[in-house]
Structure formats: C-alpha cells, structure tokens
Design a protein around this ligand. Structure first.
Ligand code: UN1
Length: 496
C-alpha cells in the first residue's frame, strides 16, 4: 500500500472530503511512488478558509515578537531536519542535493529574518501640521491569505510567503504545487511542532484548477500570493480584479547574462553554466540567454560546449551528479518542443537537444544540456520562457546593443553582466529592465533579505523577501491623535 498523506486543516491531518487522491512520483525514476495526496476540492478549501478565518480573531492579537518567536523555533527545526528534508525534496523534485540543501537553507534564512522582523514591523512617526497633534502609521494584517506555490523551490518559495504572512498576523491557506506536496507536509509538521495554534496555517493539496481556483474565488480570502507561470498569473489577476482582492504575482523570466569583451571569461563561463543548467534550468531566475560580445564569441562558445557536454546527469541523490531530471513528462515535452522550434527558426544546435535515456535513466525525465548558437533576439527561443536546460547564445557588437538585446523580452526578473569596466557596470544597473541585476555573478543567487521580483510581465509591482514583502502582507493605517482639546481642521487651520 502506498503512503497516504493528508491536508492540514484547523490543526488536524485530514483527507479530502471526496476521498480522492493523486500520485506523487520521483522524476528521476517514475517507478518510485512517493505517496498519494488529497485531491482537494471547493469543500476542502471551504473548511480551510473557515478555520483560518476563525483563527485570525486571536492570532492578529498575539504580539508580533511572540509570533516571531514561533517562527524562530520553526527555523531551528528546519535547521535540525535540513538534511532529511533536502533528501526527500531531491526524491520528489529531482534537483541535486546541494541545491535542495540550499532550498531548505533559504527557508531557514527566511524564518530567522521574519523572527527578527517581529521586533520591528516598522511604521512611521511624523509631525502633524497642527499643534498638539501626533501622527503615525501602523501596519495591520489583512486576514486570510491564500498562497499558491510552484514546485521548483518546494521550501524556499512557500516560506517566502508563509513566514512574513504569519509574522504580520495573517492566517493562511497554502496550496503547494501537485508535483511537490511532500515538502509542504514536512513544513507543516514543523509548524505544528513549533506550536503554531490550530487554524493559523492550513495546507490544502490539489490542482490549480480545483483547489487553487476555489481559493481565488473565495470571498473570505483577502489576498492571493502566487508564484508560477505568467499565463496562470494573468487569470488570477483578472479574477482578483473583479473581486478586488489584493494579488501579488511572481511569474516568468527570460534572464540574460551579458559577457563583454573585457570580462574574465573563466568567471563568466562558470556563471553561465551554473545559471543555465543549475536546477536543470528550472528557476525563474535561470540564465536562458548569454549575450556576448563578438570578440569573445568563439572562445566562449567553445568553452561552453566543452563544459556542458561534461555535465554529469542523473539522480540528484548521487553526490557526483551535477544535473537532475525535469519535473514531469509535460515539462520534458515542452522543452523538447522548444528545441524543435529553435531549429525551425534557424538557430544552430551546438550540443544537446535530445532526451537523455541511457541505461537506468530510461525511467527518469532527463534531458541533455542544450545550447543554441546564432540566435536572434526576435526568435521565440530568445523571448519565451522554456524552463529547462536550454541556453541561447546571442552575439552583439557593443555594450549598447547588449543592453538593448537583454531588454528585448516581455519579462524582467533577473539579469547579469560580466565586465571589468566599472562605468559599464553602473550603466547596466541603471538601464537593464529587471528586478535584479548581478555584476560579475550569474542570474541566480538571490538572498532573502533583499527584494525579489521583476518588472514587465514577470510581476505586478510587488516584491517578495527583504522588507518589501511586509508591504504585501499588511495594510497601512494612518493614525492621528489630537490632544489639543479643540476641533482642529487640517489644511484650513494650519494655513495662516
Ligand atoms: C525562483 O526560481 O523562483 O536566486 C526562485 C535564486 C533563488 C531563488 C529562485 N535564490 O535563484
């Protein structure tokens, strides 16, 4: 009998009301069944939202430093269980152990950051224009927040949303991706163990179409925080536009790494390989374009091919493996489909472009590191998010052209430039249209205490992480305290 996992609603582990389940399998070996998870529907979402609504009445009144202490304990428990969680995450998501350890670490960092924020959660005090009057702004929680998260960072992304939301005094319902439900179960076991009161955080498994859509529709949900594709984000935003729910979206990327002729090529090479093939290219921040100066094109191309062909593919639990599988069959079809599109558009396939299914790997969803040359900025493989180990090389003649090409996509999440020229570095910071710019570093590697998010079709203006995520999860209230003992009229009495 396969293991049967549950939802976590109002402090209880429960099955879906319909009794339906879905399977979760290891992408490195599809024969390996991790377990069955509840295929939740609107009635399960109803139970979770109503538990969260009830719990909000008390949770919002718990002092923020106390809420922070619970999150501190969560961080400590995550640290204790880091290796175990990383291993089970590699089994359900496929990326290599080094990366799943990093994913858990990102959750630990977020917990400790949130715990500290419990003693800040700053508003402003400011003078009033009138005498004997005091003015300040304070942050208040919103109520029930729904968090809909992807599979590529099964711990980091849920915790980016969950911990700040809870710290601010909200209660939540998390709907994790159906490809990585087990990591969410582990996270909720820890929340329970850390002493989070029942109903404050609820976990509902299932598909976006059923459980996700029911959350988006629910009248008692005040906010949707979503990370995933731009197509789904658009639908959520449209629905939230109708119901006037707050919605924070983190969506696609088509991140570029510029390599100028004055760059340290070896450094740029290491960055490009890590950015393009780390997490099998399945990061919103992955490098999917290298935009290089024509003077170094030949050298850099040779170096890239040589190293890409040496990348060891396999099960991420093996410490020697450098790249794991894609998440599921649909993802592999999409990646392979884009390779055909690239060929059809006239790009030159330098290496890869095929499914990797030698020996025992026939049971997993592996794909070879793939590099296209002679890509032009208008090709689909240069503009659309592929979310796989496919790198497009684009030649440019100048710094100005490099910036122009980098900006020529609908997205704007991460970006990078390798140069030794400080003036170029500062111009890039100013002129690149992206939420994140790295100088002499790859497009991946965001730290949790800086804002994370993007411009254009990557987001809708919010930033997770850093102090900015606390703007997503709070409402501002301006407070005026008049101790003059008389009626004072702003804009009227203050003008002589
Ligand atoms: C994502 O891919 O959605 O900077 C998150 C990085 C990680 C976070 C990525 N720290 O790549």
């Amino acid at each position: 009998m396969p293991d049967l996992f549950k939802n976590y609603i109002d402090g209880q582990w429960v099955e879906a009301k319909s009794g339906r389940t879905f399977e979760n399998r290891n992408p490195a070996d599809r024969r390996d069944l991790i377990g069955l998870f509840p295929a939740s529907g609107a009635e399960d979402v109803e139970a979770a939202v109503s538990a969260a609504k009830k719990a909000f009445a008390k949770w919002r009144l718990v002092p923020a430093p106390k809420r922070g202490e619970i999150l501190f304990r969560v961080g400590e428990l995550l640290r204790q269980r880091k290796e175990e969680i990383a291993r089970s995450m590699t089994r359900e998501m496929g990326k290599i152990l080094k990366e799943t350890r990093g994913d858990v670490q990102e959750g630990i960092d977020t917990a400790f950051y949130a715990a500290g924020e419990g003693r800040r959660l700053l508003g402003e005090t400011t003078p009033s224009e009138l005498p004997d009057k005091f003015a300040m702004s304070v942050r208040l929680p919103l109520g029930v927040c729904a968090l809909i998260t992807p599979w590529n960072f099964p711990m980091a992304i849920p915790t980016w949303k969950l911990f700040p939301a809870l710290l601010c005094g909200n209660t939540v319902v998390l709907k994790p991706a159906e490809d990585t439900p087990y990591s969410a179960v582990e996270l909720f076991e820890i929340l329970e163990q850390a002493g989070l009161p029942p109903g404050v955080a609820n976990l509902v498994h299932g598909t976006g179409e059923e459980a996700g859509a029911a959350l988006v529709r629910h009248r008692d949900v005040q906010l949707i925080s979503f990370t995933g594709s731009t197509a789904v984000g658009r639908e959520i935003a449209a629905a939230c536009g109708q119901s006037l729910k707050r919605v924070s979206l983190e969506m696609g990327g088509k991140n570029g790494q510029i390599v100028m002729e004055d760059a340290d090529l070896q450094l740029a090479l290491e960055g490009a390989l890590w950015g393009a093939f780390g997490t099998t290219g399945q990061r919103c921040t992955a490098t999917s374009r290298v935009i290089f100066h024509r003077d170094i094109r030949k050298k850099m191309t040779e170096m890239l091919i040589e190293r890409a062909e040496k990348i060891k593919i396999g099960n991420g639990l093996d410490e020697n493996v450098q790249m794991g599988p894609l998440i599921n069959e649909a993802a592999r079809k999409k990646v392979h489909g884009y390779v055909q599109i690239g060929k059809g558009e006239g790009a030159r396939l330098l290496t890869g472009g095929t499914i990797y299914e030698e020996g025992e790997w026939v049971h997993g969803l592996f794909y070879r590191p793939t590099i296209f040359d002679e890509v032009t900025p208008t090709m689909r493989i240069a503009r659309e998010e592929i979310f796989g180990p496919v790198l497009s090389l684009i030649e440019v003649k100048s710094f100005e052209e490099a910036i122009e090409v980098l900006n020529a996509t609908p997205y704007g999440l991460s970006s990078s430039i390798y140069t030794r020229d400080v003036a170029r570095a500062f111009r890039a910071i100013r002129d690149i249209e992206a939420g994140i710019t790295y100088i002499n570093g790859p497009t991946i590697g965001a730290e949790v205490h800086l804002p994370f998010g993007g411009v254009k079709e990557t987001g809708n203006g919010h930033r997770e992480a850093g102090t900015t995520v606390y703007d997503i999860f709070t409402e501002w209230k301006s407070v005026y305290i008049d101790y003059s003992g008389r009626l004072q009229k702003a804009q009227i009495d203050s003008v002589d």
